[in-house]
Design a protein around this ligand. Structure first.
Ligand code: AMP
Ligand code: GLY
Length: 423
């Protein structure tokens, strides 16, 4: 088979690394890819939002399956463009990717189908939002409706902060048109867990759980980022939590989408919060998490391509997912200053050690090739993943391997997986 992967981050590198292991796969292309992906796939200089060019490429190169890694093209309808041309593609259509693309849509869906989530109101008029906030309990959460690179969520401790937040989102349009509508949501407390799943429109299969670390600095301080590190499985995702989610959340979401005439095929990422009242959905994403994919996929025993084909063909009920009985931790090596401002173009050294060490992976997120050398080219540069027989061992291994690589302005959180000690 020939595979095309769309995207250029650590998640797409992890997807490519799983695809390479499939006995079905002869050749992988990635658009646009990065320097690390380029070692196992042929990178093609087509942007993820150039739908027609991507589809033409897939047609001209007889691609058997295209895998969309990123949210933007999914929400923009890339899958519909491929399907119209009769091309096989893994991911939700535009009318289903809205599950991630609009927070107002996903909140209304959960309310209608009684899927546990925080109480909320939606607004398209800043005046009405301000009037509502006057009587609301603090802290409170404001969310820009559309895609905002994971940054369109403001947690406000006081009324003043909340008022300033409405101005930022709805009037100053800090997150662009994502701020035309806004969700105001009850503040919840609890541990967060990321659960990824494969879905074929009707059947859902859950992958091993993970936990992300979204803030830039140790102790969950600093700004929200795309994710600074992950571990899998989450020791807080107990059998009891799983049973609750199986009963009230997972299949309920797939059935709700089908009932709305928006059957979902691809990956549903459930961002869950384990509250005192039970697990609740914080958000849905319509694609693998980044860097959740970097700890979940290396532990999956199935042939990923076979599972994805089953999703596209509506035969996921014939598949059982299996995961290794071990653990993995991913530490993101970022450019100092991320997520605000940072320098790029520094040479990266020490990458070759990962080629010979079993159970260690260096997924490239923001890298490029310059004069034959691999250089930094983004805020999140690399995701260093290591396995271990259990979480503590995986964490020690990941931090050991994080020292193998060097580049100027290298920055990492030192407390990825610290929560493991409290389990
Ligand atoms: P989201 O993009 O909706 O996942 O929100 C980003 C982050 O904001 C989440 O991972 C949580 O840490 C936090 N968050 C979102 N919604 C809430 C909520 N209702 N209560 C508390 N924290 C929240
Ligand atoms: N790591 C969180 C996300 O991919 O949205």
């Amino acid at each position: 088979m020939k595979i095309l992967i769309v995207g250029s981050g650590g998640r797409e590198h992890a997807i490519a690394a799983s695809a390479v292991k499939s006995p079905k796969v002869d050749k992988i292309y990635c658009a646009p890819g990065n320097a690390g992906i380029g070692q196992i796939a042929e990178c093609v200089p087509i942007g993820a939002m150039e739908f027609e060019k991507l589809a033409d490429f897939a047609k001209n190169h007889q691609i058997d399956l295209t895998i969309i890694g990123m949210d933007d093209p999914l929400v923009g309808g890339v899958v519909d463009v491929f399907e119209e041309k009769g091309l096989k593609v893994f991911g939700p259509r535009k009318n289903a990717a809205i599950l991630e693309g609009s927070k107002a849509f996903s909140k209304d869906l959960m309310k209608k189908y009684k899927i546990p989530t925080a109480a909320y109101e939606t607004f398209d008029d800043p005046k009405k939002a301000l009037a509502y906030l006057e009587t609301a309990k603090m802290p409170i959460v404001l969310k820009a409706d559309g895609l905002a690179l994971g940054k369109g969520v403001l947690i406000c401790n006081t009324l003043e902060e909340a008022k300033a937040g409405v101005k930022e989102i709805m009037e100053d349009k800090k997150f662009g048109s994502a701020g035309n509508h806004m969700v105001v949501e009850e503040f919840m407390t609890g541990r967060e867990v990321s659960v990824l799943s494969f879905v074929d429109g009707k059947t859902i299969r859950i992958m091993s759980s993970a936990q992300d670390h979204k803030r830039a600095k140790d102790g969950d301080q600093g700004l929200n980022t795309g994710g600074m590190g992950t571990f899998s499985p989450s020791p807080f995702y107990t059998q009891e939590v799983d049973a609750f989610c199986q009963k009230y959340i997972y299949q309920a979401t797939v059935d709700a989408m089908a009932a709305e005439g928006r059957p979902f095929t691809g990956i549903i990422f459930f961002g869950l919060m384990l509250t005192e009242e039970g697990p609740k959905v914080l958000e849905y994403n319509a694609r693998f998490g980044d860097p959740e994919a970097q700890v979940v996929l290396p532990r999956m025993k199935n042939d990923m391509i076979e599972v994805m084909e089953a999703c596209v063909e509506g035969k996921l009920d014939e598949i059982n997912l299996e995961f290794e009985e071990n653990a993995a931790v991913c530490v993101v090596l970022a450019s100092d200053g991320y997520p605000v401002s940072y320098e790029k173009g520094f040479e990266i050294q020490g990458l070759e050690k990962f080629e010979t060490e079993e159970g260690y992976y260096c997924f490239h997120a923001g890298t490029s090739l310059k004069d034959g050398k691999i250089v930094t080219n983004g805020g999140r540069v690399l995701g260093v993943t290591a396995k271990g027989s259990e979480l503590k061992e995986a964490r020690a291994n990941a931090y050991k391997a994080a020292e193998w690589v060097e580049f100027d302005n290298k920055y990492m959180r030192r407390d990825i997986g610290k929560a493991i000690d409290e389990a």
